[in-house]
Design a protein around this ligand. Structure first.
Ligand code: ATP
Length: 221
């Protein structure tokens, strides 16, 4: 059987349990041999995350520690330029050869913005797209993304049968957690406990990211 490698890219500002539980559920349900979390260096379709990529990558490493089925892949930091997914997939394809299955994982919110991505239609030359539901988002029935989706939509078995080229939608447990909410709670001095791994939460407080203040009372515990 061809090896199945998943690439889960994101700003991870910060990584949270919505990302991590999703990654683990996908490994367990779809049998990926590798699940590579790829923090972007300079995002190209959203505003500057302000927290440096090295720190965001450090939080991913802290978040996945002790989970051998999840890996941190720092190739976009190493490349050091604007982070285009098409370059990341092209690089992985060159490294891993033509026969392995590569799958780029994204939430539906990210997929809705796909037509703004650099050379977005070429992504399917190098990988499959696996789109998971995210609370509050639906796919439109018309427009270029809807057409693209209909043209390339396939069943999840395509991920094992072909090396690339399919768009697969999967309804999976989706935790309604966002990095935006974690940053907002932190800035307001409220607790983010149980929304993200404890070592990541501690790192944010120690490094005073997102306006974190030193922990004092029960509201911040
Ligand atoms: P922000 O709130 O800053 O936009 P985010 O929580 O959406 O951040 P990102 O790092 O932007 O996190 O997301 C990386 C990828 O993870 C995207 O494809 C996004 O759709 C997906 N994702 C993020 N949170 C969840 C979640 N709770 N459930 C499923 N997918 C998620």
């Amino acid at each position: 059987m061809r090896p199945k490698i998943a690439i889960f890219g994101g700003t991870f500002n910060p990584v949270h349990n919505g990302h991590l539980r999703l990654a683990l559920d996908l490994v367990q349900q779809l049998g990926f041999d590798e699940m590579r979390l790829v923090p972007c260096h300079i995002p190209t379709h959203r505003s500057d995350p302000e927290v440096a990529s090295a720190r965001r990558a450090q939080m991913v490493s802290l978040g996945i520690a002790g989970n051998p089925s999840l890996q941190m892949d720092d190739r976009e930091l190493v490349r050091g330029s604007a982070s285009y997914s098409v370059d990341t997939l092209m690089q992985l394809r060159a490294e891993r050869g033509e026969s392995c299955s590569l799958t780029l994982v994204m939430g539906l919110d990210a997929y809705l913005g796909l037509p703004k991505w650099h050379r977005w239609r070429e992504l399917l030359n190098f990988a499959h797209l696996l789109v998971v539901n995210r609370p509050g988002y639906t796919l439109p029935s018309q427009g270029e993304l809807a057409e693209f989706d209909r043209a390339h939509g396939a069943d999840k078995s395509a991920l094992a049968e072909h090396p690339a080229g399919a768009v697969v939608h999967l309804n999976i447990r989706a935790l309604d957690i966002s990095a935006t909410e974690i940053r907002a709670l932190t800035a307001a001095g409220l607790s983010t406990r149980f929304l993200l791994p404890e070592p990541v939460r501690r790192f944010i407080n120690e490094q005073q990211l997102y306006g974190a203040r030193p922990e004092t009372g029960p509201r911040s515990s």
